[in-house]
Ligand binder design. Structure first.
Ligand code: SUD
Ligand code: ADP
Length: 284
């Protein structure tokens, strides 16, 4: 069997603002968040196989291949579409894991979008989004393909237009698991230290904010430190449930200047905000 690989991009996302507006009966928190794609991407090379096998040739350290979101996405689509073809996958990982940049979710979304085409499954964007949410709350927005305001747990999406912007993104030397952060947030709700942002969601917040930031700063001093370093140049924010923090700037020159003036021990990168996902084809 000769394998022909094609390359597909899986971009990172930033949560430009993240409000928590309530809690569902199953314990998941309701969000009101603006997602923006950035041009910092994992690459996924995919070849169709005729033996039905799903092979991950580049296992991610610390993630068993069967648990890898790329493999799970391929198997889910294969099952849902009744497809007998398989795929070999090679992932070039750049997006830090547990960083709030949605790398795993983006990889899964790219595999769903690419294999839907390569296998000729013919599922609609909406059908792929419904499959994707089974893999993670952030998967649907990457399939939606446009920068979006998301509500619910991320499945109610509305496209938003965003100005051109550049971002300095810093990765503190910690990996922040999403579950425990929400748990800690819930505990603070019980003690009355925190309240839901329903009013700010309805009437708009005075400035962009991330409701999980306070909790993560207290749990991970390195995140606090990174925010302090960036706050010398503007108003930084944490993305998702952390650990990455970012600062928005109007031009590439400004972003590069800020990044270069951070000391060398601060790991990070400069990225451009995208208008749409690289695989978005205009179909709604
Ligand atoms: C909060 C966001 C914003 O983008 O953060 P990041 O993960 O990107 O940092 C995401 O919606 C996260 O989505 P995702 O990372 O898929 O979360 P999951 O694995 O589904 O959730 C892990 C755990 O976090 C809690 N959780 C997650 C999402 C949510 N809206 N409410 C929750 O309470 C639940 O306890 C869940 O079991
Ligand atoms: N292909 C993948 N890339 C990244 N993480 C993956 C992948 N498959 C499974 N995971 C798991 O998903 C977790 C969350 O990863 P990721 O989506 O990159 O971070 P975050 O939710 O903080 O944005 C990782 O810690 C890892 O255990």
């Amino acid at each position: 069997m000769t394998l022909h690989y094609q390359r597909f991009a899986a971009p990172a996302k930033l949560n430009l603002t993240l409000l928590i507006t309530g809690k569902r009966e199953d314990g998941y928190h309701l969000l009101d968040t603006d997602f923006r794609f950035i041009d910092y991407c994992d690459d996924i090379d995919i070849a169709v196989r005729d033996d039905g096998r799903i092979e991950l040739e580049t296992p991610t350290p610390g993630v068993p291949p069967d648990a890898d979101l790329t493999v799970r996405a391929a198997r889910l689509l294969q099952q849902a579409a009744g497809c007998t073809l398989g795929a070999s996958l090679r992932v070039t990982k750049r997006i830090p894991m547990g960083g709030g940049l949605g790398g795993g979710s983006s990889d899964a979304a790219t595999v769903l979008l690419a294999l839907n085409k390569l296998w000729g499954c013919g599922l609609s964007r909406q059908q792929l989004m419904t499959l994707g949410v089974q893999l993670g709350a952030d998967v649907p927005v990457f399939i939606f393909g446009r920068n979006a305001r998301a509500r619910g747990i991320g499945e109610e999406l509305e496209a938003i237009a965003l100005p051109e912007a550049w971002y300095v993104v810093c990765k503190p030397p910690v990996s922040v698991p999403t579950g425990p952060v929400f748990q800690q947030y819930s505990q603070k709700l019980l003690t009355g230290e925190i309240r839901f942002s329903i009013m700010r969601s309805l009437f708009g917040a005075a400035q962009k904010q991330n409701d999980l930031q306070r909790v993560v700063k207290a749990m991970y001093p390195a995140v606090n430190e990174a925010l302090n370093r960036l706050s010398e140049y503007g108003s930084p924010l944490m993305t998702g449930s952390g650990a990455c923090v970012f600062l928005e700037l109007a031009t590439e020159v400004q972003a590069k200047t800020v990044f270069q003036s951070l000391s060398k021990d601060m790991v990070g990168f400069v990225a451009k905000g995208l208008a749409t996902h690289p695989l978005y084809d205009g179909e709604v």
